[in-house]
Design a protein. Structure first.
Length: 96
């Protein structure tokens, strides 16, 4: 398991690359709008970004989930009760 944090100081915003190194499958959690850093790191580590998760909607900046979907085909994952306007995969209410 790989976990890397990215921190954007002026916005006090953290995002994460989470990956299973054995399968090479990665997800980006709460991506910044500029996704190049995630793409570069994934390429260097031999990872395929397949998912992007938004844990909440951000009022102070634009997230990069749409860019990840467009550039690498990442599936957008939102909460089960989310009313996301774009195509996304809902999570589950079942937390057990």
């Amino acid at each position: 398991m790989l976990l890397k944090q990215y921190y954007h100081g002026c916005l006090a915003h953290a995002s994460y690359l989470v990956a299973d190194e054995a399968s090479g499958i990665a997800a980006i959690v709460d991506p910044q709008r500029d996704i190049d850093q995630y793409l570069q790191d994934a390429s260097q580590l031999g990872l395929d970004i397949r998912y992007t998760f938004l844990t909440h909607f951000h009022a102070d900046f634009l997230a990069g989930h749409l860019e990840l979907r467009e550039r690498v085909g990442a599936t957008i994952c939102l909460g089960a009760r989310s009313l996301g306007g774009d195509e996304f995969r809902p999570g589950s209410d079942d937390v057990t």
